[in-house]
Design a protein around this ligand. Structure first.
Ligand code: SF4
Length: 164
Protein backbone atom coordinates (compact mmCIF):
# COMPACT_ATOMS: atom_id res chain seq x y z
CA UNK A 1 0.00 0.00 0.00
CA UNK A 2 2.99 2.30 0.53
CA UNK A 3 3.63 2.41 -3.21
CA UNK A 4 0.05 3.63 -3.80
CA UNK A 5 0.66 6.48 -1.36
CA UNK A 6 3.95 7.28 -3.09
CA UNK A 7 2.28 7.25 -6.49
CA UNK A 8 -0.37 9.67 -5.18
CA UNK A 9 2.33 12.06 -3.91
CA UNK A 10 4.22 11.72 -7.20
CA UNK A 11 1.05 12.78 -9.09
CA UNK A 12 0.69 15.93 -6.95
CA UNK A 13 -1.07 15.07 -3.67
CA UNK A 14 0.34 16.91 -0.65
CA UNK A 15 -0.42 13.90 1.47
CA UNK A 16 -2.01 10.50 0.99
CA UNK A 17 -2.84 7.52 3.16
CA UNK A 18 -4.59 4.22 2.63
CA UNK A 19 -7.48 4.00 5.10
CA UNK A 20 -10.01 1.38 6.16
CA UNK A 21 -13.40 2.13 4.62
CA UNK A 22 -15.01 1.57 8.05
CA UNK A 23 -13.38 4.91 9.01
CA UNK A 24 -15.35 6.82 6.35
CA UNK A 25 -18.11 8.68 8.18
CA UNK A 26 -21.44 9.33 6.42
CA UNK A 27 -24.18 11.53 7.88
CA UNK A 28 -27.58 12.91 6.79
CA UNK A 29 -26.73 16.49 7.88
CA UNK A 30 -24.14 16.80 5.09
CA UNK A 31 -26.93 17.25 2.51
CA UNK A 32 -28.30 20.28 4.38
CA UNK A 33 -25.12 22.13 3.39
CA UNK A 34 -25.72 21.26 -0.26
CA UNK A 35 -29.43 22.01 -0.30
CA UNK A 36 -29.37 25.27 1.63
CA UNK A 37 -26.67 27.73 0.63
CA UNK A 38 -24.86 26.07 -2.27
CA UNK A 39 -25.67 27.50 -5.73
CA UNK A 40 -24.72 24.22 -7.37
CA UNK A 41 -27.55 22.24 -5.75
CA UNK A 42 -29.75 20.94 -8.62
CA UNK A 43 -27.45 22.79 -11.06
CA UNK A 44 -24.58 20.35 -11.50
CA UNK A 45 -24.72 16.71 -12.56
CA UNK A 46 -22.21 15.57 -9.93
CA UNK A 47 -24.02 17.37 -7.08
CA UNK A 48 -27.23 16.49 -5.22
CA UNK A 49 -29.89 15.56 -6.15
CA UNK A 50 -28.08 13.94 -9.13
CA UNK A 51 -25.21 12.40 -7.14
CA UNK A 52 -25.62 9.11 -5.22
CA UNK A 53 -27.91 9.45 -2.22
CA UNK A 54 -26.79 8.73 1.32
CA UNK A 55 -28.51 5.34 1.21
CA UNK A 56 -26.85 4.48 -2.12
CA UNK A 57 -23.45 5.57 -0.86
CA UNK A 58 -23.74 3.52 2.31
CA UNK A 59 -24.53 0.48 0.15
CA UNK A 60 -21.61 1.25 -2.19
CA UNK A 61 -19.18 1.58 0.74
CA UNK A 62 -20.13 -1.93 1.85
CA UNK A 63 -18.48 -3.19 -1.36
CA UNK A 64 -15.08 -1.82 -0.28
CA UNK A 65 -12.56 -2.42 2.50
CA UNK A 66 -9.83 0.09 1.63
CA UNK A 67 -9.59 3.56 0.12
CA UNK A 68 -6.93 6.19 -0.48
CA UNK A 69 -7.55 9.52 1.26
CA UNK A 70 -5.55 12.41 -0.17
CA UNK A 71 -5.02 16.10 0.36
CA UNK A 72 -4.24 19.01 -2.01
CA UNK A 73 -4.64 22.77 -1.98
CA UNK A 74 -7.43 23.29 -4.52
CA UNK A 75 -10.68 21.55 -5.42
CA UNK A 76 -9.66 21.68 -9.08
CA UNK A 77 -6.48 19.69 -8.33
CA UNK A 78 -8.45 17.25 -6.19
CA UNK A 79 -10.87 16.51 -9.05
CA UNK A 80 -7.97 16.02 -11.46
CA UNK A 81 -6.14 13.74 -9.02
CA UNK A 82 -9.29 11.72 -8.25
CA UNK A 83 -9.61 10.67 -11.89
CA UNK A 84 -5.86 10.29 -12.51
CA UNK A 85 -5.46 8.09 -9.44
CA UNK A 86 -8.57 6.12 -10.33
CA UNK A 87 -7.04 5.37 -13.74
CA UNK A 88 -3.61 4.55 -12.30
CA UNK A 89 -5.08 2.15 -9.75
CA UNK A 90 -7.33 0.55 -12.36
CA UNK A 91 -4.21 -0.15 -14.43
CA UNK A 92 -2.68 -1.83 -11.37
CA UNK A 93 -5.56 -4.24 -11.09
CA UNK A 94 -7.88 -2.38 -8.71
CA UNK A 95 -10.90 -2.98 -10.92
CA UNK A 96 -13.33 -1.27 -8.50
CA UNK A 97 -11.23 1.91 -8.16
CA UNK A 98 -13.46 5.00 -8.11
CA UNK A 99 -12.46 8.56 -7.32
CA UNK A 100 -14.41 11.17 -5.39
CA UNK A 101 -13.44 14.82 -5.53
CA UNK A 102 -14.17 18.01 -3.63
CA UNK A 103 -16.76 20.66 -4.44
CA UNK A 104 -18.82 21.06 -7.63
CA UNK A 105 -17.63 20.24 -11.15
CA UNK A 106 -16.35 23.21 -13.16
CA UNK A 107 -15.22 21.38 -16.28
CA UNK A 108 -17.88 23.09 -18.42
CA UNK A 109 -18.67 26.80 -18.39
CA UNK A 110 -22.11 25.85 -17.13
CA UNK A 111 -23.55 22.44 -16.41
CA UNK A 112 -26.58 21.55 -18.51
CA UNK A 113 -28.49 19.17 -16.24
CA UNK A 114 -31.01 18.39 -18.99
CA UNK A 115 -28.34 16.53 -20.99
CA UNK A 116 -25.90 13.73 -20.19
CA UNK A 117 -22.55 14.78 -18.71
CA UNK A 118 -20.16 16.19 -21.35
CA UNK A 119 -17.00 14.76 -19.72
CA UNK A 120 -18.07 11.57 -17.96
CA UNK A 121 -14.53 10.19 -17.63
CA UNK A 122 -13.36 13.34 -15.83
CA UNK A 123 -16.37 14.45 -13.80
CA UNK A 124 -16.68 12.87 -10.36
CA UNK A 125 -18.93 13.69 -7.40
CA UNK A 126 -17.34 15.17 -4.35
CA UNK A 127 -17.23 13.19 -1.12
CA UNK A 128 -19.73 15.56 0.48
CA UNK A 129 -22.12 15.25 -2.50
CA UNK A 130 -22.60 11.59 -1.54
CA UNK A 131 -23.17 12.22 2.18
CA UNK A 132 -19.60 11.67 3.38
CA UNK A 133 -18.78 13.78 6.43
CA UNK A 134 -15.33 14.95 5.30
CA UNK A 135 -14.48 16.72 8.60
CA UNK A 136 -15.08 13.63 10.74
CA UNK A 137 -13.49 11.25 8.23
CA UNK A 138 -10.29 13.28 8.01
CA UNK A 139 -10.00 13.57 11.79
CA UNK A 140 -10.80 9.90 12.35
CA UNK A 141 -7.92 9.10 10.01
CA UNK A 142 -5.53 11.14 12.14
CA UNK A 143 -5.18 14.30 10.07
CA UNK A 144 -5.82 17.87 11.18
CA UNK A 145 -7.53 19.62 8.25
CA UNK A 146 -7.62 23.37 7.69
CA UNK A 147 -11.23 23.55 6.54
CA UNK A 148 -11.54 27.33 6.58
CA UNK A 149 -9.06 29.65 4.88
CA UNK A 150 -7.33 31.94 7.34
CA UNK A 151 -5.64 35.21 6.47
CA UNK A 152 -2.67 34.56 4.13
CA UNK A 153 -3.11 30.82 4.49
CA UNK A 154 -4.69 28.39 2.08
CA UNK A 155 -7.15 25.76 3.23
CA UNK A 156 -7.01 22.01 2.66
CA UNK A 157 -9.10 20.06 0.19
CA UNK A 158 -9.58 16.31 0.35
CA UNK A 159 -10.34 13.54 -2.13
CA UNK A 160 -10.85 9.82 -1.92
CA UNK A 161 -10.32 6.85 -4.20
CA UNK A 162 -12.27 3.75 -3.24
CA UNK A 163 -9.88 0.88 -3.87
CA UNK A 164 -11.07 -2.61 -2.98
S1 SF4 B 1 -18.30 17.75 -16.96
FE1 SF4 B 1 -19.71 19.39 -17.53
S2 SF4 B 1 -21.67 18.33 -17.82
FE2 SF4 B 1 -20.36 16.93 -16.63
S3 SF4 B 1 -20.82 17.38 -14.47
FE3 SF4 B 1 -19.06 18.64 -15.05
S4 SF4 B 1 -19.93 20.62 -15.64
FE4 SF4 B 1 -21.60 19.08 -15.69
Amino acid sequence: MEDLEQLARHLGCHDAQVIAVRNIVTAPWVFLKCKYGCPYYNNCLVCPPFSPSLEEMRLILRDYNEALLFRADSSWLIRYLATELERAFLNRGFVKAFGLGSGPCRLCESCDTSRPCQHPTQARPSMEATGIDVFSTVRRCGWEGRFVAEKDKSRDFFGLVLLR
